[in-house]
Design a binder for this molecule. Structure first.
Ligand SMILES: Cc1cc2nc3c(=O)[nH]c(=O)nc-3n(C[C@H](O)[C@H](O)[C@H](O)COP(=O)(O)OP(=O)(O)OC[C@H]3O[C@@H](n4cnc5c(N)ncnc54)[C@H](O)[C@@H]3O)c2cc1C
Length: 500
């Protein structure tokens, strides 16, 4: 151990390695109540340092777990896959390497936070590029989220689709570029993701086949006119009609943003609010002024026709400003903060409000929040579902039965991540004690098993959760196993992540 520690310090410097007990504890804990203690944390600053760490890991059988900023709330936080791993935290590799305002893309390192990228783009002289952000807070990363197939709120919300190229350090220390970036003089290396031959960027997503050190992503041009669409419907049974109507609008190219549909408990918990119906949704229509106006008209007409009793609000920048002034000088509006947050996320502006509602303590600095700052434990349960008439009720029925059986409040969001698919994300909160943690684990395992039995697989997983995913055909997992064995014979990068 002493030798390994000395060598690591030699590579990264004394200030970029720690095995301080308190720090290890915070990396060990996940907000779901599980603990996986690492051997140390290392904060490399360059690709060369990562290559040296990887070489040392091979020589000394050190298991590495790479993270970008480790804000993987609800999916394992900064926890490794097994005890005694070296967490490779890349938050000090936080440079934005290139932004092209003409063809709208940026190349960044994994340590760049949502807030940093947002401020960087806003400060550009022309200020015409928009980010897609998640609700995970100002300090969460962009790269780590993309690598987990995360999604945000804008037209570019399904982030995996926006990868142009990836630079990755392989488990033997070799550096590889994907797409045309693998061809040094390719004209379209930072614009054309497909390259020539197999597309291999997918190998580095939800996997353990490399350490991603750079990524180029497409960015959305800021629309000339932005308009958020918020809707709510009182009737519990309106969900299927609502989603089908939204799906049609999406398939026909009227709505291009992610559409998030929430049940009442997911938005306001047990608070009373007569304005919020059984199901509410948020989306946006934006682009050229004339097109946005026409889209607003179609959205209103179609939703009113298809969903009985639906209430709709169209919030432009002007209306949002006006509401804020009204709230400040005329009458306080109870939902203004939530509304502002929804609109901000749709405009690619990071917000800490979703975290704040979970933490509920003004004394905790949200920009520096740690797993133990959350007053309760929580878990996400996700399921990918066809956006059709048959599948939605089937999924709801399966989930509500299990939530009722285990006596948890049913909180759920359905995100129309494209015109054909929904990702359902439900969550449970529970007190920080052994009995509740045990029950939540049982609930989680049972829930995932029942969902998979009915055909609904999670879109993402995390430490302590991979074992629950079964049902994959042999040839698929065998190919991944062979690739892993070939490029990582010593199994040094995140062993067993995604069961690879
Ligand atoms: C209130 C709240 C709201 C949230 N909203 C959203 C949301 O809207 N959308 C969403 O997708 N998620 C959401 N999340 C979940 C999660 O917090 C985010 O996905 C967050 O972005 C993940 O943290 P991170 O970006 O710091 O990634 P990290 O924790 O750094 O990375 C995530 C995982 O990716 C892998 N990884 C990261 N970097 C590398 C690398 N360089 N090389 C190889 N592997 C790597 C690791 O396995 C790591 O565990 C939310 C969570 C909460 C609590």
């Amino acid at each position: 151990m002493r030798y390994q520690k000395d060598k690591l310090i030699e590579i990264v410097g004394i200030n970029n390695y720690t095995d301080d007990k308190n720090i290890l504890e915070s990396y060990a804990s996940s907000v779901n109540g599980s603990e996986i203690e690492p051997m140390g944390i290392v904060y490399p600053k360059t690709i060369d340092e990562i290559v040296d760490i990887v070489k040392l890991a091979n020589q000394k059988n050190i298991k590495l777990f790479p993270i970008s900023r480790g804000k993987n709330w609800g999916y394992g936080c900064a926890q490794g896959t097994q005890k005694n791993q070296l967490i490779l935290e890349l938050s000090k590799m936080n440079k934005i390497l290139n932004v092209d305002q003409e063809l709208c893309y940026m190349t960044l390192q994994p340590g760049v936070s949502q807030q940093q990228a947002y401020e960087y783009l806003e400060a550009l002289p022309e200020n015409k590029l928009q980010l897609d952000v998640t609700g995970a807070g100002t300090e969460s990363s962009i790269v780590g989220n993309v690598l987990e197939k995360g999604f945000g709120h804008t037209d570019y919300g399904l982030k995996y689709e926006r990868i142009i190229n990836i630079t990755s350090v392989l488990p033997d220390g070799e550096i590889i570029h994907t797409g045309f970036k693998a061809y040094e003089n390719a004209n379209a290396k930072n614009t054309y993701r497909y390259g020539i031959g197999p597309c291999i960027e997918g190998l580095f997503v939800q996997s353990n086949l490399g350490i991603v050190v750079e990524m180029t992503l497409e960015l959305m041009p800021k629309p000339e006119k932005f308009c958020a669409v918020i809707g709510t419907v009182k009737n519990e049974d309106a969900l299927v009609n609502l989603i089908i109507a939204l799906r049609k609008l999406s398939l026909n190219g009227i709505i291009n943003s992610m559409v998030h549909v929430f049940n009442k408990a997911r938005i306001i918990g047990s608070q009373k609010n007569t304005n919020v119906g059984a199901w509410s949704f948020s989306a946006s229509v934006s682009g050229h002024k004339t097109i946005t106006k026409a889209k607003k008209h179609i959205v209103r007409k179609e939703l009113k026709k298809e969903v009985k009793g639906i209430k709709l609000w169209f919030i432009t920048d002007f209306i949002m400003k006006w509401l804020e002034i009204f709230n400040m000088y005329v009458k306080a509006l109870s939902t203004i903060e939530t509304l502002k947050c929804l609109v901000d996320l749709q405009k690619g502006i990071p917000s800490n409000l979703p975290l704040k509602t979970l933490v509920n303590n003004d004394e905790i600095k949200l920009s520096d929040i740690k797993p133990h700052d959350f007053p309760e434990h929580f878990r996400w349960i996700s399921a990918v579902c066809r956006a059709d008439q048959k599948s939605i009720p089937k999924l709801i029925k399966t989930l509500t039965a299990i939530f009722n059986q285990f006596n948890y409040e049913f909180r759920i969001t359905f995100t129309l991540i494209n015109s054909r698919n929904l990702i359902a994300i439900a969550n449970i909160n529970y007190p920080k004690n052994e009995i509740s943690i045990k029950q939540a684990n049982e609930f989680y395992k049972h829930c995932v098993k029942e969902l998979m039995k009915t055909g609904f697989y999670p879109y993402r997983s995390g430490s302590n959760m991979y074992e629950s995913i079964t049902g994959v055909e042999y040839s698929y997992s065998n190919l991944l196993r062979k690739i892993k064995q070939t490029i990582d014979p010593n199994d040094i990068i995140a062993p067993k992540k995604y069961n690879i």
